[in-house]
Design a protein around this ligand. Structure first.
Ligand SMILES: [Zn+2]
Length: 496
C-alpha cells in the first residue's frame, strides 16, 4: 500500500512538473512565438492524464484503503486526505469537459494578450464569457458546502476557509479605516519626494543588482534561477528547482527591485518547504499565505530603513550618477510614497487593497449577481473613480491589465489582500522573538528566514491557513495589525 501510494504521488508530481516547465517556457519567452496553440494542447492532455490518474478505480481503491488504515505519520495522513479531497472535487466532472476547460484557459491567455496589446476589451469579451460560463458549469459538478454561494466555492478553491461573508467584513473594515487616509494623502502629494526614482538606470546593471539582492535575501541560486517576464512570477518543480522572474525598466529602477524582492519572498517559501512535503500534493503554500511572505519581504522588510542601511551604499556604488545626491532617508521615504493610481502591480502599499477590492466586487457580480460581460469595463472604470479618484484612458490600463481572468482564475484576487493582512499579523508575532531591525541593520536575515521556515515555510499547504495562522501567532486571523501598520506608517510619512 505504501509503495503504491508513493508511486501515485510521484506520478502526479511528474505531470505537474511537466506542465510547470511548459508554462515557464511560454511565460519567459523561451518557447517560440508560434508554439502557443500546440503547447496548449499538450497542457490539456497532461491535465487530462493527471485527472484520470487522480480519479481512476485503482486510485480510489488505494485511497480508501489508506483511509481505513491511517498511517501514524502526520504527513502521510495529510497527503491521503488531500488526494481524497481532490478526488471528491473533480471526479464528477466529465474528463472531456475538464480537458476542454484547460484548453480554454490556455486560449484565454493568448486572446487576452492580443486584446491588451490592442487596448480593446471587445476582442477579449467573447472568450471571457466562455470562461465564466465554463467555470460555472464545472463548479456545478462539484459538491457545494451548505450555505455556500457559487462565488464562495470559487474563493474556497484558492483560499480554503474564507467566505464572501468574512471577506465582505474584511474589505468593509479596510474601506472604513483606509479610504480617509487615501484621500488625505492624495491632497499632500508634495510631502514626499519621488522625482529621483525615474532617473535612468542601465538595465544590465539593474539585473546585476537584483541578482545580488535576491541572494542577499536568501534565495539559493544553486536551487533556483532568475529570468525575465513582463509579469513577474514564481514557480517551482520542487524545493530544489525554484524559478522566479523579474522585469526591468530603465526609468523605473524600483519596479525591478520590488518585483525581485516580492518574488524572492515566494521563492524562499518554496525552497524552504520540507523535503517530506516537496513533490507531494502538500508542496508550495496556500495563495494567501504565499502572498503574505512575498508582501512581507517586499513591503514590511524591503521598504524599511533598516533593510536599506547596509544595502544602500552598494546600490549607490552601482548607480553613483543617479543617486549620489540622495540620502538614505530621502530614498527610503521615496520608495514608500503612496498615490492613487491605475495599475495594480505598480501600486503602493496603501492603495493596493483598493485595487483588489474592485476586482472582488466585480467577481461577486459575475458569479453571484447579474452583470453582462459587456458592462464590465464601465463598472471597472466607475469603481476606480469612486475609490481612487482615477480613470483609465483605455482598457489596457483598465480592465485588461491583469492576466488572471484570462486563465480562469476567478476568486484568486482576494487572497492578495488577505496575504497583506496575514503578513502584518505574522510580522507582529515575529517581532516578539526576533530582533528584526537589528538583523536587517546587520545585514543578516537568517534569524528572520529561520522564524518563517519554522512557523510557515516548512509546512507548505499541510495546514489550512486559519490553523497555520493560529499555530504561528496564537491568534485567529486578525486584520487589525494590517490596518494599524498602514495607518501608523502613512500618518508619519505624510505628517497627517
Ligand atoms: Zn505574489
Amino acid at each position: 500500500m505504501r509503495e503504491k501510494l508513493q508511486n501515485l504521488i510521484d506520478r502526479l508530481a511528474a505531470y505537474g512538473a511537466a506542465a510547470v516547465v511548459m508554462d515557464w517556457d511560454i511565460s519567459t519567452g523561451s518557447a517560440p512565438e508560434e508554439a502557443g496553440e500546440y503547447t496548449a494542447k499538450l497542457l490539456g492532455i497532461l491535465a487530462g492524464e493527471s485527472f484520470t490518474l487522480s480519479t481512476c478505480e485503482d486510485t480510489v481503491t488505494l485511497l480508501k484503503e489508506c483511509k481505513a488504515n491511517p498511517s501514524e505519520d502526520e504527513v502521510e495522513r495529510a497527503i491521503v486526505d488531500r488526494l481524497w479531497e481532490e478526488y471528491e472535487q473533480i471526479h464528477s466532472i466529465p474528463r472531456k469537459e475538464y480537458q476542454e476547460y484547460h484548453e480554454l484557459t490556455s486560449k484565454g491567455m493568448r486572446v487576452w494578450e492580443k486584446a491588451k496589446e490592442a487596448k480593446d476589451f471587445s476582442r477579449f469579451a467573447p472568450v471571457l464569457e466562455q470562461l465564466i460560463n465554463k467555470t460555472k458549469k464545472i463548479k456545478g459538478y462539484q459538491p457545494r458546502k451548505e450555505g455556500h454561494s457559487l462565488y464562495d466555492m470559487m474563493l474556497d478553491g484558492y483560499e480554503k476557509g474564507f467566505t464572501t461573508a468574512e471577506l465582505d467584513c474584511f474589505f468593509d473594515g479596510l474601506k472604513k479605516e483606509l479610504l480617509p487616509l487615501v484621500r488625505a494623502i492624495s491632497e499632500k502629494q508634495d510631502a514626499v519626494r519621488t522625482d529621483f526614482l525615474s532617473r535612468s538606470c542601465d538595465v544590465e546593471k539593474q539585473k546585476a543588482f537584483n541578482r545580488l539582492l535576491s541572494e542577499y535575501l536568501g534565495f539559493n541560486l544553486n536551487r533556483g534561477v532568475i529570468a525575465e517576464s513582463e509579469h513577474p512570477f514564481t514557480t517551482a518543480l520542487h524545493n530544489h528547482d525554484v524559478r522566479i522572474t523579474s522585469h526591468y525598466y530603465e526609468d523605473m529602477v524600483i519596479s525591478g527591485i520590488f518585483s525581485t524582492i516580492h518574488e524572492t519572498g515566494h521563492a524562499l517559501f518554496e525552497q524552504n518547504n520540507s523535503d517530506r512535503i516537496t513533490m507531494t500534493p502538500l508542496a508550495g503554500g496556500s495563495c494567501a499565505v504565499h502572498e503574505s511572505q512575498s508582501r512581507m519581504f517586499e513591503n514590511m522588510i524591503g521598504r524599511s530603513e533598516a533593510f536599506w542601511e547596509p544595502l544602500y551604499p552598494k546600490f549607490k556604488e552601482m548607480f553613483p550618477e543617479q543617486f549620489d545626491d540622495i540620502s538614505l532617508d530621502v530614498f527610503v521615504r521615496g520608495i514608500n510614497a503612496a498615490a492613487p493610481s491605475l495599475i495594480r502591480t505598480e501600486s503602493d502599499e496603501l492603495t493596493y487593497c483598493f485595487h483588489i477590492m474592485i476586482r472582488y466586487e466585480l467577481e461577486k457580480l459575475m458569479f453571484d449577481g447579474e452583470v453582462s460581460v459587456e458592462e464590465l469595463p464601465k463598472l471597472w472604470n466607475r469603481k476606480y473613480k469612486e475609490y481612487l479618484g482615477v480613470e483609465p484612458a483605455d482598457d489596457a490600463e483598465g480592465i485588461l491589465q491583469d492576466v488572471h481572468w484570462s486563465g480562469g482564475m476567478f476568486g484568486y484576487f482576494p487572497s492578495y489582500a488577505l496575504g497583506n493582512a496575514i503578513a502584518a499579523q505574522i510580522y507582529h508575532t515575529m517581532e516578539k522573538t526576533v530582533d528584526i531591525e537589528g538583523s536587517l541593520k546587520a545585514g543578516d536575515l537568517k534569524p528572520i528566514r529561520e522564524f518563517l521556515r519554522e512557523h510557515i515555510h516548512q509546512y507548505g499547504t499541510m495546514r489550512e491557513t486559519k490553523k497555520l495562522l493560529l499555530d504561528a501567532t496564537g491568534e485567529e486571523f486578525n486584520p487589525d495589525y494590517y490596518i494599524s501598520y498602514l495607518k501608523d506608517k502613512y500618518a508619519e510619512l505624510y505628517q497627517l
